[in-house]
Design a protein around this ligand. Sequence first.
Ligand SMILES: [Zn+2]
Length: 155
Amino acid sequence: MFEPKEMLVPTSLWSSRGLKGIHNLARSEPASMGPAVYRLYVVEIDDPRGHVPYSFYVGHTKQEVEDRVQEHQEGGLRSARIFKREGVSPGSIRYDLFDGLPRYRCKACAENAEGRLARVIEAQAGRAKSDMTDNRKKGAVRPCEGRVASEGATG
Ligand SMILES: [Zn+2]
């Protein structure tokens, strides 16, 4: 089967080191870890009264993106904190900012990629919110779970 060498770039972004890192991360996950189930997504932040300094929310999910965004919309337990603020809700899903990006086999890589995508979007499209770029989680990027397992096996 023909495999394109060039990475897929979402239509509203341009090729960058950050995007290459997002693709390389997926490529370096061992196939033995099973199917790549985590996908990234981007949704606009609908904030007519300007409560938050962000235009986009970047996340990752095992669910269908539309279902995950619906959970944010409902504002329940699984809604991101930013969407629990009064007057702040998810807007349009921005496929043009994530379609073509790879999926991940483990949560650690999905989190890592999410933070990278948030930084790419900040550089190319506008202010982006991700749990992975919060102060709380800065520097808390975990290595691929498959890599941890194989290193553990050799000591
Ligand atoms: Zn991984």
